[in-house]
Design a protein around this ligand. Structure first.
Ligand code: PLP
Length: 493
């Protein structure tokens, strides 16, 4: 199984080369040359397995240059760090609705599912491609990715990781999670400015050839851990298939029956993994794309026009505050008949005009599978309150957006299928907004709000967040954007 780029289909790379390289040189994203197929038999077999075994079996279909034993070793190690038996357990809300809780890993957000295993896949890929330099992972984060990447790569041999976060743009809990990071190969640094400043700074460092050769001379190269890397997307395909197996085991569906997923979406990585699961043959009726007030994707699925020329809102679901959803490029490639020229023209229009429209044929294909909706801040909080009142189930802000959009979907069309709402973070990561949703505004201090939310609901905070009470700050530095390259250089000295 080889991979090619969405903007240059003449390329053909092995899985190891694809993961080692991350992004294709001409700016395209890597996609599998063909999508492996699964059937009812495969689903029956998987249903008898635990999560690590399911993950190895599914990933093996895409990683033909890895052995089954290798993959099982990685998945077992990665998912042993989760507090639940399955890394993606279902919580049943009512007869037709479950939440798939993807946040029982070390940093309490769904990024752990991929970032706990990416270090294994990446270091193995570097070995398989005979790379002799060590890799430094450089991350600009709006909160969840940075911490998950730090936990994934801490003390991994021949790697280092450096995370930049906007000094005033992450929650108290998120900041302390990063500043107190343990490990001997890690560093964390604040940037004066917002997420875009941090992101732009990191992109400039990546595209500086002089700096790259200076680092190469010292035995280092830079790589990224965000969801443009296939190695981060692939582990996410697994939980869609795993959820189906769990519903089979619960006796809620028969093998072959279609189900739907509702996904809180930002960069379009999570829901794209669901699309690949459907392409593999998983019986999926709809993928429902849920957005917050940054509703660029809702408009796109409704009209066929993607337009980033709009106000940017900072919301209580910050991991979905995004105007350019990078992974949409992979979806458009797949539904346009793998037309790299067409994708290049759309992405050029996006870069130059901030806007593009897809052809009626592409729009029609999207309409068959996708639905989309959005939910503003007040409705997000109200959703947290009503689900707590009706079911005593506590949701975070991102999950609440998705659940609200699911209710809209069920009002708009007749649908009897089982729906799985993808739950992406622990409510204790966003205590302030969750407390407001429960009509008990907190003190405004992130750490004491964890205790307030516990006291109010009787629900315990996940251990890694509760432990922040005693966390010691190791990294308190912050710099101007212009100094970021110096920070990297000093770190790798
Ligand atoms: C990253 C993130 C999302 C969005 O996922 P994408 O793959 O970027 O669409 C949603 N919720 C939470 C909590 C996240 O951390």
């Amino acid at each position: 199984m080889n991979y090619r780029s969405t903007r240059d289909t003449s390329l053909s790379l092995t899985a190891a080369e694809t993961i080692a390289r991350g992004l294709s040189r001409e700016g395209g994203l890597f996609v599998p040359e063909s999508v492996p197929q699964i059937d009812a038999n495969f689903l029956t077999q998987l249903s008898a397995m635990n999560y690590a075994e399911r993950s190895a079996a599914v990933m093996k279909l895409y990683l033909s240059d890895f052995t089954a034993d290798e993959l099982l070793e990685y998945t077992k190690a990665a998912y042993a760090n989760f507090s639940t038996e399955s890394a993606a357990p279902l919580h049943r809300l009512d007869e037709k609705t479950s939440f798939m809780e993807l946040w029982h890993g070390p940093t309490c957000a769904f990024k752990d599912i991929a970032l706990q295993i990416l270090p294994y896949l990446l270091t193995a890929s570097l070995r398989k491609t005979n790379e002799s330099k060590k890799v430094c992972i450089l991350v600009a984060t709006s909160g969840d990715t940075g911490k998950a990447a730090l936990e994934g790569f801490r003390d991994v041999e021949d790697t280092a990781i450096l995370v930049f976060y906007p000094r005033d743009g992450v929650s108290d809990v998120q900041k302390l999670q990063m500043q107190s990071q343990q490990g001997n190969n890690v560093s964390v640094c604040g940037v004066e400015g917002n997420f875009d400043d941090a992101q732009t700074g990191v992109k400039q460092i990546f595209s500086d050839p002089v700096f790259a050769s200076e680092l190469a001379a010292r035995g280092w190269f830079l790589s990224s851990a965000n969801s443009i890397n296939w190695g981060r997307l692939l582990p996410q395909i697994v939980y869609y298939i795993s959820a189906y197996c769990d519903l089979l085991n619960e006796g809620k569906i028969h093998n072959g029956e279609e189900i739907s997923f509702c996904v809180p979406t930002g960069n379009f990585g999570d829901i794209l993994a669901g699309f690949y699961a459907k392409q593999m043959g998983l019986p999926v009726k709809r993928l429902i794309c849920a957005s917050n007030s940054n509703d660029v994707l809702t408009e796109f699925f409704h009209t066929g026009t993607y337009n980033r020329n709009r106000p940017f809102f900072t919301t209580v679901s910050p991991s979905m505050d995004i105007l350019i959803s990078s992974n949409l490029e992979r979806l458009l490639f797949e539904v346009s008949g793998k037309d790299a020229g067409y994708i290049t023209s759309l992405m050029t229009a996006l870069k130059n005009d901030g806007c593009y429209s897809v052809t009626p044929e592409v729009k029609e294909k999207l309409d068959k599978l996708f639905r989309a909706g959005c939910c503003d801040e007040n409705n997000t909080k109200a959703q947290i309150g009503s689900v707590w009142a009706d079911h005593q189930y506590l949701m975070d802000t991102h999950t609440a957006v998705a659940h609200n959009v699911l209710e809209q979907y069920r009002r708009e069309e007749v649908s009897q299928e089982q729906v799985v709402v993808v739950s992406t973070a622990s409510p204790f990561k966003f205590c302030g907004a969750v407390l407001e949703g429960l009509s008990h505004p907190g003190t405004g201090d992130g750490l004491s709000e964890i205790a307030e939310l516990e006291a109010l609901t009787g629900v315990s905070a996940p251990a890694p967040l509760a432990a922040l009470r005693n966390a010691k700050v190791r990294f308190s530095e912050s710099v101007e954007k212009e100094q970021m390259e110096t920070v990297v250089s000093d770190f790798l000295r």
